[in-house]
Every structure is written in C-alpha cells, then in structure tokens.
Design a protein around this ligand. Structure first.
Ligand code: HEM
Length: 255
C-alpha cells in the first residue's frame, strides 16, 4: 500500500511534492513495521490513559477501560488527521505522513471495540447507569439533551469510520476515483460527531470539575477536547495556507 498511499492534498502540487519526498526519504519500509509501530503507539496511549484514570483515583470498572478505548481512538484518529498539517508546516516530520492510514485504522479498531462494548452495556448486559440508559436526559449548557442523541452521534461516527476504513485501500481508490479523497474527508465529520457524542455525556462532569475542583487532575475527556480542537484548528490553518498559496500562484510563493 505504501507506494499507493494517499497524498495529504492531492489537489495541491506542493503538498503532493512533500508527500513524494516523504516516501523517498522513508525508503521501502515494510507494511508490517507501520502496523506494528501504530499498534505500539496505541498501546502506549491506552496505558497512558489508564494510568491517568488511576491517578485521578477513580473506582476502576469496565466503564473506565471502555472509556480509555474511546480516548485512544480519538487520539489516534486525531493524530492521523493532524499529520497532514504537521508534515506540511514542519518538514522534520515529512516521513511520518505514511502513518496516516495506519494510525487511522488502528484508531478505528479502538473505536469499534469501544462501540461494541458500549452497545452490550446499553442493550445486553443489564445495568442501572445513566450513561447506558438511552432515555436519560443530560444537562448540557443549560439544555436538556436526551442520551439517545449521544448514542446516535456515536453510532453515526462509527459507521462513517467503518466506511472510511473499508475504502482506504487500492480497491477503494480505484473504485471512487476523483471522489475518493473527498470521501475520506468525511472523517472530519465523524470526528465532530464523536465530539458531540462524548461532549453530551461528559459535560456535567466537566462542569463539576471546572466549578468545584473535586480532584486535582481534570477528567481525561476534558483534556481530550482540547486536543480535538487543536486538530480542527490545524486543519483550518492548512486549508487557509493552501488557499493563500493557490491565490498567490506558484511564482509568488517564495515571497
Ligand atoms: C455505537 C457507537 C457508540 C456507543 C454506543 C458509545 C457509547 C459510549 C458511552 C456509553 C460512553 C460513556 C462511557 C463512560 O462515561 O464511562 C462513551 C464515551 C465516549 N465515547 Fe463513545 N460510543 C460509541 C461510539 C464512539 C465513537 C465512534 C467514538 C470516537 C471515535 C467514541 C468516543 C467516545 C469518547 C471519547 C468518550 C468519552 C470517554 C471518557 O470519558 O474519557 N464513541 N461512549
């Protein structure tokens, strides 16, 4: 797949050149190494989140292990998205661009595991927790929001990610042709829906921490939100930069 991996911005020649250079610098890295490194990074992220949760002194349960899966998914998918901007703005990271697909799919695997476990806790394994009650009403910024929305946003995000994973190969690239890259950008919609999904469920906890400070460390999902916003800001910065470069034209780029 490496030689056929997508360029960050195929519509733009500068980004395309950067991507080609990145591949050259990297050399014929075995696909296996990319999977292994992505998995190791995800395992490190998952362990890090668990250590953080324990550091907050939570009463550990399957909910926390499942939330850590979700957090790891957000971290990996976010890194996968952020790589386009990072590699564009900082040449030092150029060779890492080929990790986009591997980080994205590894992140999707965590999201899938999280979604499946949550689904079982919602509908199969009886429990009395509000987070698994589809009819529970959360208070978000003073609005009453039904938990069904959080479920719907999470499930939709998961379906979009499933679709993206299924087309992120040569067959998908050939099948969708010109539409392939725009289709992969649906990932940003999935990412936004995931933010809404967990924002609804975790807002009350964030508010309590911000107003009452019951623990020194904030809920991990609050830190995660800062990370998600950074990913979107980086994407926006990249879009603006590419637009400016396009407007100026190739001969004025060096000014
Ligand atoms: C059918 C799909 C899904 C279901 C049923 C679901 C369910 C849940 C539930 C019940 C929680 C609350 C867990 C807790 O407070 O302990 C949660 C939190 C969360 N979910 Fe999902 N989810 C789904 C999909 C997703 C997807 C696709 C993502 C991201 C790509 C995601 C990211 C998160 C995050 C980041 C949290 C907050 C974890 C934390 O508190 O640290 N979820 N989800």
């Amino acid at each position: 797949m490496d030689q056929q991996s997508p360029a960050p911005e195929s519509s733009h020649s500068t980004a395309q050149q950067k991507y080609d250079q990145a591949l050259k610098k990297r050399g014929p890295t075995a696909r296996w190494n990319l999977w292994r490194n992505s998995f190791l990074l995800s395992a490190a992220a998952y362990s890090g989140v668990i250590i953080y949760q324990l550091g907050r002194g939570v009463d550990y349960s399957i909910n926390h292990a499942n939330a850590a899966l979700a957090d790891t998914a957000i971290i990996l998918i976010g890194l996968s998205f952020a790589l386009s901007g990072i590699c564009y703005f900082w040449d030092f990271f150029d060779t890492k661009i080929i990790y986009r697909k591997y980080l994205g799919i590894t992140g999707f695997a965590y999201a899938l595991a999280h979604g499946l476990i949550a689904y079982f806790l919602y509908f199969v394994i009886p429990n009395d927790q509000s987070r698994y009650d589809a009819l529970y009403v959360w208070e978000v910024f003073g609005f009453q929001v039904n938990n069904a929305y959080a479920f719907l946003f999470g499930a939709t995000a998961l379906l979009i990610l499933l679709f993206m994973a299924s087309i992120s190969n040569t067959a998908g690239m050939k099948r969708y042709g010109q539409r392939w890259r725009p289709l992969l950008r649906l990932g940003y919609l999935a990412y936004f829906l995931a933010l809404l999904h967990y924002g609804i469920k975790r807002y009350e906890v964030w508010e309590i921490w911000l107003t009452e400070r019951p623990s020194v460390l904030p809920p991990f999902s609050l830190l995660l939100t800062a990370f998600v916003l950074l990913v979107f800001i980086l994407r926006l910065a990249l879009l603006i930069k590419l637009r400016l470069v396009k407007q100026r034209g190739p001969d004025k780029q060096s000014l």
